[in-house]
Design a protein around this ligand. Sequence first.
Ligand SMILES: O=P(O)(O)O[C@H]1O[C@H](CO)[C@@H](O)[C@H]1O
Ligand SMILES: O=c1cc[nH]c(=O)[nH]1
Length: 236
Amino acid sequence: MSNHIGAKPGEIAETVLMPGDPLRAKWIAETFLDDAVCYSTVRNMFGYTGTYQGHRISIQGSGMGMPSASIYTHELLAEYGAKTIVRVGSAGSIQENVNVRDVVIGIGAATDSSMNANRFAGQLHYAPVADYGLLRAAADLAANRDGAPVHVGQILSSDVFYGDSLDTYKRAAEYGVLAVEMEAAALYTLAAKFKARALTICTISDHIFREEALPAEERERTFADMVEIALGAVLV
Ligand SMILES: O=P(O)(O)O[C@H]1O[C@H](CO)[C@@H](O)[C@H]1O
Ligand SMILES: O=c1cc[nH]c(=O)[nH]1
């Protein structure tokens, strides 16, 4: 067991899909994996291991925001030997042409978090990026399948869900950022530190400027396109 994950050594696969919502983790495990076994219920942040097309895969909830996601990412990489982590999240669109239920694959993650500013002692503005091989595999898969429209580009990992103003999101949109979520920058940074591979694939659950939003039940158990792209990419 690590501090926050109740798995024994060897119970977690080298390849992990990581949704923020632990109930999305349960849905993914029960829907897409064969022989899924729950290895952790600590804090109700469920983790499962099973197989997908014969390959061993784990699904681990991360919770919301970079502090929580960093804890699970660190423990997966440092204590359980994970080598590949793909976040399968929800995100809010800030672009006119990126609609609710579209899928966004994050090349890189801008952030308003101070975590990396602290990490690099304020000396540089680190640019957290996806693993190129995973990114290419996911983008190629997305281009050759039917289903939800897929956009590939920069996302924004924010510490804030309920902000005071949308001004920064408007500026980010002008500079090409597609959508806002709350974990990718930390995931990409920690994967780089531990020489692992990481990617973030999100389904658009909200349109921030149009005030559109999907209900919780749909965020939990209907984002199959992104899961299929993630599972396909990790097998390439
Ligand atoms: O649906 P998940 O994967 O949790 O992702 C998004 O949803 C949460 C906010 O509602 C944040 O964690 C954000 O990143
Ligand atoms: O608007 C949204 C939707 C999902 N996740 C976010 O961080 N923001």
